[in-house]
Ligand binder design. Structure first.
Ligand SMILES: *Cc1c(COP(=O)(O)O)cnc(C)c1O
Length: 452
C-alpha cells in the first residue's frame, strides 16, 4: 500500500487553489477529500498511486460536477409530447422572449401606467382568456391543482360537493379528488356507480347542504363498454335548476380541436363554457402549451369570490409566468398556435415528415456501423390528455449486439445532453414525435456515442 505517496488534503488544496481563486475553502476541501478517498480506494484495489497533476485534474472535475445544475435540458425521445416527468410543454420562442424581457428588469406587473398608481397583476391575462374562451372572467394561479383547491375552498368549505363515483379519481402525482375535497373542508358526496352515473343521481343528492356539482375530466384512464356519464349541459341544467354552480375540472383542456390530427376529441375550454359550466379549470402547461399555471375561467361573481379569498394570494403566479402565458395566448389569438406553440408543432407534424427524418437518421447511424433502422410506431400524447389515444409516428430502433437494451438506454441517459428513449422488445426506440427537427443531429451523435 502506498497511501503515503498521496498528498495531504491541505497540500492538494494549495495545488488546486491557483486555478480556483474564488472557490470557497469548504468547496475545495470537500472536492479534495472526495478525490483522495477515491485514490485510496483505487490504491487498495491494486492501482498505482496517481500523479499529482492527475489528482489536481480530478479535483477540478469534482468541483465542476459539484456546482453543475441538477436541472438540465434533455432530448425527449419517448414520443410522449406532454410528459410531466420531462417538464411538460416546451415553451414557444415568443413565450421565452417575453419571460426573458420581463425577468431581466422591472415591469408594470402591478402598476397602472395610465394612472401612475398601483394596479393588478390579473389584468395582464384576464382579457386574453375571456376573448379566447367566451367566459365572463378569468383568474390564473400556480397550477391546476391549486385552481381546483382554491375553487373548492372558496365555494364549498363546510358544505357538500357532488361528484360522480366514476370521477372520484387520482389524477397522478398524489392529486386525488377525494383528498383535495377533504383538504378544502368540503364533504364529498359520491353519486352513481363506478361505470354508470345519470343526471337523476345528481338531482337526488342535492340538498340545502350542497355547495356545487363538480365534474372531473378522466385524464389518465378511460371507461369503455357499459358506461354512462351525463353530458356537461345536462349537469349544468340540473345545477342551475337548484341555484348551484357547476365546476368543470378539465385537467388538460384545449383551445384547439384535437380531432383535426386524427386524435379523439379532448374537451375544449370554449365548449365547457358554452355548455354552461360556471367555472372551468385547466393547466397552463398541458395542451395549452405554456408555462406551469392553473387557469380558472367562468362567471364573474364566482371568479371574484376566488380572487378575494386569502388563499389566492398564496397561490398567485409570478411575473415570468404571466409574461410567458400571455405570449402563448397571443399565439392563439393571432391564429398562429399550430405554427408557434411547440406542443402543437409536434402534434401536427405529418407522419410522412417523421418517416423522412427517421430514415435519414437511420442512414447516418448505419453509416457509423450501428444496428439501426427506421420503424413505424405509435406515440401517446400524455399529460392527462387524450387517455388511451395514440398517434402514428416514426422512430429509430437500435438493437444492441449484446441485446442489452437496458444498458444502452442507461448510457443514453448518462450522456450530454441526456436522451430518454423507449425500450420495446429488447430494442432502444427513439420516437421522433417528441423530438424537434433541430435536435436530430444531436440525437444521432448521442446514439453513436452511447453505442460505442
Ligand atoms: C393534470 C390535472 C390536474 C392537475 O393539474 P396541474 O396543472 O398538474 O396541477 C388536475 N385535474 C385534472 C383532471 C388533471 O388532468
Amino acid at each position: 500500500m502506498s497511501f503515503r505517496h498521496l498528498p495531504s488534503v491541505d497540500a492538494l488544496i494549495r495545488e488546486v487553489r491557483a486555478g480556483q481563486p474564488d472557490a470557497p475553502h469548504e468547496l475545495l476541501r470537500d472536492a479534495a477529500q472526495a478525490v483522495l478517498a477515491q485514490a485510496r480506494k483505487a490504491i487498495a484495489a491494486g492501482s498505482p498511486p496517481p500523479s499529482l497533476p492527475a489528482l489536481v485534474a480530478a479535483v477540478h472535475a469534482e468541483l465542476a460536477a459539484s456546482v453543475a445544475p441538477s436541472l438540465r435540458p434533455l432530448i425527449n425521445a419517448t414520443g410522449v409530447v406532454i410528459q410531466t416527468n420531462l417538464g411538460r410543454a416546451p415553451l414557444s420562442a415568443a413565450a421565452r422572449a417575453a419571460m426573458q424581457a420581463v425577468g431581466a428588469g422591472y415591469s408594470n406587473l402591478e402598476y397602472d401606467l395610465v394612472e401612475g398608481e398601483r394596479g393588478s397583476r390579473h389584468v395582464h391575462l384576464e382579457q386574453l382568456l375571456v376573448r379566447l374562451t367566451g367566459a365572463e372572467a378569468a383568474l390564473v394561479v400556480n397550477n391546476n391543482a391549486a385552481a381546483v383547491y382554491l375553487a373548492l375552498i372558496a365555494l364549498a368549505a363546510g358544505r357538500e360537493v357532488i361528484v360522480s363515483r366514476g370521477q372520484a379519481v387520482e389524477i397522478g402525482g398524489g392529486f386525488r379528488i377525494p383528498d383535495v375535497l377533504r383538504a378544502s373542508g368540503a364533504t364529498l358526496v359520491e353519486v352513481g356507480t363506478t361505470n354508470r352515473t345519470y343526471v337523476r343521481d345528481y338531482a337526488a343528492a342535492i340538498s340545502e347542504r350542497t355547495a356545487l356539482i363538480l365534474r372531473v375530466h378522466a385524464s389518465n384512464f378511460r371507461l369503455i363498454g357499459f358506461m354512462h356519464e351525463p353530458e356537461l349541459a345536462e349537469l349544468a341544467e340540473v345545477a342551475h335548476q337548484h341555484g348551484l354552480p357547476l365546476l368543470d375540472d378539465l385537467g388538460s383542456g384545449t383551445l384547439i380541436d384535437t380531432r383535426q390530427f386524427g386524435l379523439q376529441a379532448e374537451p375544449t375550454v370554449q365548449a365547457s363554457v358554452a355548455a354552461g359550466a360556471d367555472l372551468v379549470t385547466f393547466s397552463g402547461d398541458k395542451l395549452l402549451g405554456g408555462p406551469q399555471a392553473g387557469i380558472i375561467v367562468g362567471r364573474r361573481d364566482l371568479v371574484g369570490q376566488l380572487r378575494r379569498h386569502p388563499l389566492a394570494r398564496a397561490l398567485r403566479v409570478d411575473k415570468s409566468t404571466i409574461a410567458g402565458l400571455a405570449a402563448t395566448l397571443h399565439s392563439y389569438l393571432r391564429g398562429a398556435a399550430l405554427r408557434e406553440i411547440p406542443v402543437w408543432q409536434l402534434i401536427s407534424t405529418p407522419v410522412t415528415a417523421l418517416q423522412q427524418r427517421a430514415e435519414a437518421m437511420a442512414a447516418t447511424l448505419v453509416a457509423a456501423s450501428l444496428p439501426a433502422r427506421a420503424i413505424a410506431c405509435e406515440s401517446a400524447i400524455g399529460g392527462g390528455s387524450l387517455p388511451g389515444a395514440t398517434q402514428p409516428s416514426f422512430g429509430v430502433a437500435l438493437t444492441p449486439a449484446s441485446s442489452n437494451a437496458t444498458a444502452l438506454a442507461a448510457r443514453l441517459r448518462a450522456g450530454d445532453p441526456p436522451v430518454v428513449a423507449r425500450i420495446v422488445d429488447e430494442q432502444v426506440v427513439c420516437d421522433l414525435r417528441s423530438v424537434f427537427p433541430a435536435e436530430d443531429a444531436t440525437l444521432a451523435a448521442a446514439l453513436i456515442a452511447a453505442y460505442r
